[in-house]
Write a protein that binds this ligand. Structure first.
Ligand SMILES: Nc1ncnc2c1ncn2[C@@H]1O[C@H](COP(=O)(O)OP(=O)(O)OP(=O)(O)O)[C@@H](O)[C@H]1O
Length: 584
């Protein structure tokens, strides 16, 4: 019932069309009683009563009605089809909207395959229910009701005899519903698992090949595929157990009708024409009962899928906009402050008492062992996650009070895991600033040391890069992502391990450029290489979620602590000046 109420919240918008559809179904269902009635009349009045003059008009009505029914049926089928397409269009748009509202923590916990199952298979099950099952249930219920009513009108005792079978049918239909329902939820969940395996294998196909794990992955898929088949078979076995019973009970109706009706005709309490009417009406009892199994099947499938779609639509993001005055502030300059910030993803602290301040024009570098919390720290700045305690401020305002859109608009981030869309290089660079001219795109690419290799490609900036940037080297991808960030001209630029795959000479040129063009911006550079961080105004050295050292390059070298050791490991006794020029 809950799923139906939820579906109704979408259908309600088209309630006029919905009501029209049901009305047409009602008309056709009522008119379905006409042909059996006429058939009986022909037997009683034309064959037995010898009123041959009424045969023509009666046949005319029969043929006319058959045409009329076909047209009206087409009308309501189209009505429900259009309605379902509108409903699904809106649901799909809402789902997509919700997926964009949901934050990092949702994507951390949810498999892509599961999301895809909801966007495809589950929506299709809801569409099928709206387009077909609703009117079929209504049509069958109405035909059954009209037929019962009509039978009582013709001959109540025979109608009563036939109805004695229906409680048994109701009982078995109810049992079928109860037994089959859990299997549909299992089928649906197994479909999501199957989807996840396929999706992971397609995304990770290079790793699979590199480790020659094709056979292992095929077997993994085969296990999930087998489980999917088994769950479908289990479900089929249940309703195949009940369908013959429902079918047989429908057959019993014919036997009751022939037996009881025949006796009544022999005793003269029923005319032969009336028996023909009953005989013609038997499909109107049989058919809905036969269909009941299939329709129950559809309803259960709908409920299992609707619950999943609704669950996703109702998932609330943890990161939300607050309606504060600060949210109305338009732009910011880029003053950043971490005020005793602690953070945890759930289990155990990841950031502990992070405390520092950066002004526009300054660059803050973060260095430290892998897993020490560097990326997490910059992620709090863009509010991908919220601090567990303490405050992150931008221009003196808590990031939680900023309008998220505005906050992120003022920042540009090059993430560790570079993502390029399957689009042209020009489109990828202009992703954050779609109105940019080709000149400014090329200029950004020059600053990111990407222009030369892009121009050398046969199609230059029009080159379409594959999914996630396939076809480009790691360093090339990083430079395109950097150009994308530079083009945005943000107040705060965050580079998370952005030049790790770029050779040191190119990196040095990039840094010199960034230094000159971003005089008034605040820059965050997360890196492992000393060469990437040594020019920074403030270097934060992290270990186990804490800042263990801070200062400028020369100060940290003098401290002879962690930073100094990294420096020694990376450069040994290498002279940092060659031919009078700084190289590290
Ligand atoms: N989405 C997440 N959910 C749960 N734990 C996470 C998540 N992301 C990172 N962590 C954990 O938080 C800790 C810090 O990770 P983080 O990525 O910030 O480190 P890092 O210093 O940037 O590492 P690297 O240098 O390898 O990029 C690690 O222990 C990591 O396992």
């Amino acid at each position: 019932m809950h799923s139906l109420r939820w579906a109704w919240s979408y259908i309600r918008e088209y309630k006029g069309r919905f009501a029209l559809g049901l009305l047409l179904v009602l008309v056709v269902s009522a008119l379905n009683m006409l042909n059996p009635y006429i058939a009986g009349k022909i037997v009683d009045d034309v064959i037995y009563g010898q009123q041959k003059n009424v045969l023509g008009p009666l046949l005319g009505i029969m043929i006319g009605f058959t045409f009329f029914r076909t047209i009206v049926r087409y009308g309501y089928q189209m009505t429900f089809e259009k309605l379902s397409q509108n409903v699904i269009f809106k649901m799909r748009a809402n789902l997509y909207d919700r997926l964009h509202k949901l934050d990092f923590s949702f994507y951390d916990q949810t498999k892509t395959g599961d999301i895809m199952a909801r966007m495809t298979g589950d929506l299709e099950a809801v569409r099928h229910f709206t387009a077909w099952s609703i009117y079929m249930i209504f049509e069958n219920a109405m035909i059954l009701l009209f037929a019962i009513g009509f039978m009582f009108y013709i001959h109540p005792p025979l109608a009563l005899a036939m109805l004695m079978v229906t409680p048994f049918i109701g009982f078995f239909a109810f049992r079928l519903t109860a037994d089959v329902r859990p299997t549909f939820t299992e089928i649906r969940n197994q479909f999501a698992r199957l989807n996840s395996v396929v999706q992971e294998n397609i995304s990770g196909n290079r790793v699979v090949k590199a480790f020659a794990k094709e056979e292992y992955e095929i077997q993994k898929f085969s296990a999930e595929n087998g489980a999917f088949k088994e769950k479908n078979l289990q479900s089929a076995k249940i309703w195949e157990k009940y369908l013959p019973i429902l079918d047989s009970l429908a057959g019993v109706l014919t036997v009751v009708m022939i037996l009881a009706g025949g006796i009544m005709v022999i005793h003269g309490s029923l005319t032969f024409g009336e028996l023909v009417m009953f005989n013609s009406l038997i499909w109107a009892l049989n058919n809905p009962m036969r269909m009941a199994g299939w329709l129950i099947n559809d309803v259960q499938r709908f409920i299992a899928s609707a619950e999943k779609v609704e669950e996703l639509l109702k998932t609330e993001p943890k990161i939300m906009n607050q309606e504060t005055e600060a949210a109305k502030v338009k732009n910011f300059n880029g003053v950043v402050e971490f005020d005793h910030v602690n953070f945890s993803y759930g289990e155990g602290p990841v950031l502990k008492d992070i405390n520092f301040k950066a002004k526009p024009g300054q660059s803050v570098a973060i260095i430290g062992p892998t897993g020490s919390g560097k990326s997490t720290l910059v992620n709090l700045l863009s509010r991908f996650y919220d601090a567990s305690s303490g405050v992150v401020r931008v221009d003196g305002i808590n990031v939680k009070d900023w309008d998220i859109q505005r906050l992120r608009d003022g920042m540009a981030m090059v993430m560790q895991d570079i993502f390029l869309f399957s689009d042209t290089i020009e489109g990828n660079i202009a992703y954050g600033s779609p109105q940019s001219s080709l000149d400014s795109i090329q200029n950004a690419a020059r600053l990111a040391e990407a222009h030369d290799f892009i121009s050398a490609l046969p199609e230059g900036y029009d080159t379409i890069v594959g999914e996630r940037g396939v076809g480009l080297s790691g360093g090339q991808r990083q430079r395109i992502a950097l150009a994308r960030a530079i083009l945005k001209d943000p107040s705060i630029l965050i580079l998370d391990d952005t030049t790790s795959s770029v050779d040191m000479e190119t990196e040095l040129r990039i840094q010199t450029t960034l230094q000159s063009i971003h005089q008034c911006k605040t820059r965050f550079i997360v890196a492992h290489r000393i060469s990437s961080v040594k020019e920074a105004d403030l270097i934060l050295v992290m270990e186990n979620g804490r800042i263990i050292e801070r200062g400028k390059h020369t100060e940290l070298i003098k401290k002879k602590g962690y930073y100094y050791n990294v420096y020694k490991n990376q450069y040994g006794n290498f002279d940092h000046k060659q031919h009078g020029k700084e190289v590290i």
